[in-house]
Design a protein around this ligand. Structure first.
Ligand code: TPP
Ligand code: SF4
Length: 539
């Protein structure tokens, strides 16, 4: 039997558990490593959670929940916050009525991302308070504190996690006395929530006032604390770097920062004054270092070589000993590959044979860039394949432009590809364009999550389905083909060749379930059939 008092949880699970204990009314998000498991766990233990088409919509739904006075948890990976940032900045101005906590799960070291941006900068530029947990207990405790703070100051709060904290299991002792919050109901307050310039000017001042108060609060909050030991060196640190620091330098004085925006500058100055020499140890960008130095406090930072990749105990030791890293060794390993029998293999084989210039996108299918296919030429961020492909078509010579194909997955198409297609219809290149939507009926890359095109919710129960072909037709694409590429048949190659030689806009939906998902898909279909049968009998 599970000991209720002591649980071994990942950081993601700890956030989901705290949300459940707080009676969060709705969890929204879009899958992305390392954040995906938060909502999956929250749903598994009885919370109401849903995947949105993308992070911006997820945040907007969360803002609506909080406008109605209830609690909302919104989760995403770091790059997801780029997509949601317009709503983030606006919600900092409007503030919220219920609690709104946004999890940004960052990926220093790029285990599964296109960049290693440090989202602590978002807290500063949007003006939202930020917590940075170091382990699962803190992930649990800080989620609770973030909701308390959000409700007290009526402001969205950023819970900034990183890969190791999200995915490592450490002990969590849950709290007993947590209470759910009943939604407060709707209170009309257009002057606060409608950001016309006349109201937004006040909103900006209101936000800065809140941040001033939060700066004072951060000086005495329990999440920023000093541990004094040997005072010849002091280390200021946050997040996972705190854990590495404790192991690397167990006898050194440490200022551990758990609430990292606004920073407790007085507390930091006091700490620095009490040690002979002080260094900031942090993963990613020198966010703490630069903020502390900008306040006129003299601390040392890390060498630029430690901006890249995750920290570990050895790297922390080297930072402290001021040993720059000459060249970071990438751990040896076999690069990932498309599964044997995956339909993408046939698609890339064909693209490669036809000498296409492939404007790619993000998903399992990005692996088409690797040998033996070498069939991807660009890949930036989710949804970029269509716009970039169009740009290439507009500017290359006619002969080359005719070779350009955009390739995008089904989840990615719904996330941020639809507007690319609108652009294609609105501003067609002279040679036309060809888009292949790789519809494997799942979000394979992040672990087979549902999306609006699968017709199932986060918990796999049936819901309305967004039919991709209907959407494509409604946007105005005249040439639409739905195919199932198969080994030994040249029909896909013929179709692609014909489409490339036309001066028209073509969308080819290459549809075949992901091999890894097909067993699950059959199971969900069986459950749906059984339910339909039961309902028929009831009638
Ligand atoms: C803005 C943003 N959100 C989330 C992710 C994580 N992510 C990468 S690709 C992808 C979707 C992949 O699904 P799909 O397009 O259907 O392709 P598949 O992996 O199934 O081949 C997700 C969620 C990301 N890279 N960027
Ligand atoms: S997981 Fe699915 S989509 Fe991804 S490579 Fe394997 S079969 Fe293809």
């Amino acid at each position: 039997m599970v000991d209720e008092e002591k649980l071994l949880l990942t950081g993601d699970e700890a956030v989901g558990l705290a949300a459940k204990h707080l009676g969060v009314a709705l969890g929204t998000g879009y899958p992305g490593t390392p954040s995906t498991e938060i909502l999956e766990y929250f749903s598994e233990i009885g919370g109401k959670a849903q995947w949105s088409p993308n992070e911006k919509v997820a945040l907007e739904v969360g803002i609506g929940v909080a406008f109605a006075g209830a609690r909302a948890l919104v989760t995403m990976k770091h790059v997801g916050l780029n997509v949601a940032s317009d709503s983030l900045f606006a919600s900092a101005y409007t503030g919220v009525y219920g609690g709104l906590v946004i999890v940004s799960a960052d990926d220093p070291g790029l285990a599964s991302s296109q960049n290693e941006q440090d989202n602590r900068r978002y807290a500063v530029s949007a003006g939202v308070p930020m917590f940075e947990p170091s382990d699962s207990q803190e992930a649990y405790d800080f989620t609770i504190a973030a909701f308390e703070l959000s409700e007290k100051w009526q402001i969205p709060v950023l819970l900034r996690m990183t890969m190791r904290v999200c995915h490592s299991r450490t002990i969590v002792i849950p709290k007993k006395d947590l209470t759910s919050k009943n939604p407060l109901g709707y209170v009309k307050d257009a002057q606060t929530r409608v950001l016309i310039p006349a109201y937004a000017r006040f909103a900006h001042r209101r936000l800065r006032k809140k941040l001033g108060e939060l700066k004072e609060w951060s000086e005495d909050c329990p999440f920023n604390f000093s541990i004094f030991k040997d005072k010849s060196l002091g280390i200021i640190t946050s997040g996972i770097s705190f854990v590495h620091t404790c192991e690397a330098e167990p006898d050194t004085s440490v200022l551990k920062l758990g609430f990292t925006y606004p920073l407790p500058i007085k507390k930091i100055a006091e700490f620095v004054n009490q040690v002979e020499h002080c260094i900031v140890v942090e993963e990613g960008d020198p966010y703490l270092y630069e903020s502390i130095r900008a306040s006129g406090i003299n601390v040392d930072g890390k060498d630029e070589s430690y901006r890249f990749g995750e920290l570990n105990v050895e790297r922390v030791r080297n930072i402290i000993q001021k040993k720059p890293e000459s060249e970071r060794k990438i751990p040896p390993g076999k690069p990932p590959q498309l599964c044997d029998g995956c339909q993408y293999r046939i698609v890339y084989d064909t693209l490669s044979r036809l000498g296409c210039i492939v404007s790619g996108d993000i998903g399992c299918y990005t692996l088409g860039v690797l040998p033996p296919f070498n069939a991807m030429d660009t890949c930036l961020c989710m949804g970029a394949s269509i716009g970039v492909g169009l740009g290439l078509r507009h500017s290359l010579s006619e002969e080359k432009a005719r070779k350009v194909v955009s390739v995008i997955g089904d989840s990615t198409f719904i996330h941020s590809g639809i507007t690319g297609l609108v652009e294609m219809v609105y501003n067609p290149p002279p040679t036309g364009h060809v888009v292949i939507i790789l519809d494997n009926q799942t979000t394979a890359m992040t672990g087979l999550q549902e999306h609006p095109g699968t017709g199932r919710k986060l918990n796999h129960e049936p819901t309305n389905r967004v039919v991709i072909e209907d959407l494509v037709k409604a946007i105005g694409v005249k040439n639409l083909h739905i195919v199932e590429p198969r080994l030994g048949s040249d029909s896909f190659e013929k179709l692609l060749n014909e489409s490339l030689n036309k001066e028209e806009l073509t969308v080819i939906i290459a549809r075949r379930p992901c091999l890894l998902a097909s067993k699950k898909l059959k199971k969900y279909q069986r459950c749906e059939d059984v339910k339909k049968e039961v309902n028929r009998e009831k009638k």
